[in-house]
Ligand binder design. Sequence first.
Ligand SMILES: *Cc1c(COP(=O)(O)O)cnc(C)c1O
Length: 409
Amino acid sequence: MGKKGFNTTNLHSDRRDNPEHGVLHKPVHPSVAYGYEDARHLAEVFQGKRAGYNYGRQLNPTVTALQNRITQMEQGIASVAFATGMAAISSALLALLKEGDHIISSAFLFGNTNSFFGTLKRLGIEVTFVDATKACFVESAIQENTKLVFVETIANPVTQVADLKAIGELCKLKSLIYCVDNTMTSPHLFLPKKVQASLIVNSLTKYIGGHGNALGGIITDTGLYDWSEFGNIYDAYRTEKSELQGITQIKKKGLRDMGASLGPEAAHHLATGSETLSLRIEKACENAQVLAEFCDNHPKIKKAYFPGLSNHPQHERAKQLFKGFGTIFSVDLKEEVNCFDFLNKMDCIVSSSNLGDNRTLAIPVAHTIYYEMGVERRASMGISDSMVRFSVGIEEVADLLTDFEQALA
Ligand SMILES: *Cc1c(COP(=O)(O)O)cnc(C)c1O
């Protein structure tokens, strides 16, 4: 089809793969197993010498079609889908790392990723958390055994924007795997490949699915990292071309052995959702800008955090890197406003933990998603007890403004 736009490519993606009966959507294939007329072909599929399917935990045609869509969106070379975003992160890192390795992570991190990195520490993998808004902090944390740097694009809930470009240059220079969680921006707002990411994480549950009706996660390899330089590749996968060794190991050791596979029904929901990604996220970004500006100027709000505000410390960086400032913003309420009472007064804004939904959702973060982390770590992340995070949806902005006005009145 040649080089076409983001939407055109995605909308016509399933058609290019010789779909059954000329269908425009890749069908949902529930079959777990695949039968072969010639037993030799089955053996060849197992040995990777013939394209084909062997067992549903490892491969499914509906899931493959979704993987192809995301690979195209991210301009990568291959993707592996998982049951959730957390399954993608944990399976990939457990597949690639071993005891005695060291990773550097942004300190401003999705709560469950932070929790998983605690699990890595128990397994003997060292983790150093740094302020990733400046590449120099990443650089000074590098050790002899450092293997990987993990960052998010826009961090949750204080919306720090990592020094994505400079960290990419640093990782390139030091031959480190650069893993960028693109969930908050999605491939519509940002392509991590442009800052030399090696691996990209997307929680499909969020913007790509968008409708809050299916869980999923995916790892995409950009093809930029030379896996022949990486000591942890098993001999069995060294036979692959060097750029495919990492994703092959993630597929075999991460997906096959750990088994957090994406189901075909969820893949179908997520693929359908992905078709309107750019329309939804552009509208939600517009709404978020209006609401964040409203909150920034409101006398009952102490502070608003949103990369689209000119007072945001990384506003200029976000402007340069992203096609939009995202749809997440947070506020610190003044003492006289109780965060629970405030949320209970909302009419169309729902108290809920998800984000990237079509609906506008709000959550008091210290009491919920960052509760387990404890007071100290929360303070180090700049999370106050009065902080409320909003994930802005695609409702009419006037209705959302009315909600804020009356809840703060
Ligand atoms: C939600 C989220 C995840 C995890 O995704 P799930 O699909 O909920 O497991 C990972 N990273 C970020 C930035 C997220 O927002």
